[in-house]
Design a protein around this ligand. Structure first.
Ligand code: SF4
Length: 220
């Protein structure tokens, strides 16, 4: 990881939101970019004022103000149902109680909510509550597989378990951010830039993509 930190710089902590806002914003970010989901979240709050008002709104009204996030009808339903379930179970829209739970328990509680899978739950746990939970998105999964850190056929959920077992808890945030940056800039899905990669010397996939290791002499 120090090689990646040297190449891309040490990741800065994201601004911290309360866990409920982080949850709603993460639902909005499913299958789309931050550039699309953040305006949708801002629009949601600007229109309704707060998440209590969002919970009381109709699914149609929520869907109409989150259009920029894509899949707006599905996400509106998830947001409405999730806020409703939290309110019924906790008596109010507040997830700060998760702070007191061990990571595994907090994740279990979150993934019982509509539209909340392991990655969404881990975003809330890592970014808002600063717990050692690893969101495995498409970049993290691809890079981890190419580096041989997880099985080549592992699902995102299986990869989460494997990676959380080997990455020290205090380094999970940095690991997550650096693998995403590496996946976007160098270890791209279609044409990884292996010749420029700082991990080339230790990556078992290097030869798959390039064929030969640096400095290897041609034998005649
Ligand atoms: S050597 Fe290639 S496949 Fe391996 S991490 Fe670097 S870019 Fe990805």
């Amino acid at each position: 990881m120090s090689l990646l930190a040297t190449a891309y710089g040490k990741p800065k902590q994201r601004p911290r939101m309360d866990p409920l806002s982080e949850l709603v914003q993460t639902i909005l970010s499913q299958n789309t970019s931050d550039a699309n989901s953040r305006p949708a979240f801002r629009n949601l709050l600007a229109t309704f004022g707060n998440l209590d008002a969002v919970a009381a709104a109709s699914t149609d009204d929520i869907a109409s103000v989150i259009k920029s996030g894509g899949m707006n009808r599905i996400k509106a339903r998830y947001i409405k149902d999730t806020l409703g379930k939290i309110k019924r179970q906790r008596g109010k829209l507040d997830l700060s109680f998760l702070n007191q739970l061990p990571t595994t328990e907090a994740r279990k509680w979150l993934t019982s909510l509509p539209g909340v899978g392991m990655k969404t739950a881990n975003c809330v746990l890592l970014f808002s509550l600063r717990k050692p939970a690893l969101p495995v998105d498409t970049h993290v999964l691809r890079v981890a597989k190419r580096l041989g850190m997880v099985d080549s056929r592992a699902s995102a959920e299986k990869a989460t378990v494997q990676l959380e077992g080997v990455v020290p808890p205090a380094e999970i945030y940095e690991f997550h951010m650096l693998l995403i940056t590496h996946g976007r800039r160098t270890c791209k899905a279609q044409r990884p830039l292996c010749a420029k990669c700082v991990l080339a010397a230790i990556c078992p996939s290097y030869e798959v993509f390039v064929g030969r290791r640096y400095g290897e002499e041609i034998k005649s």
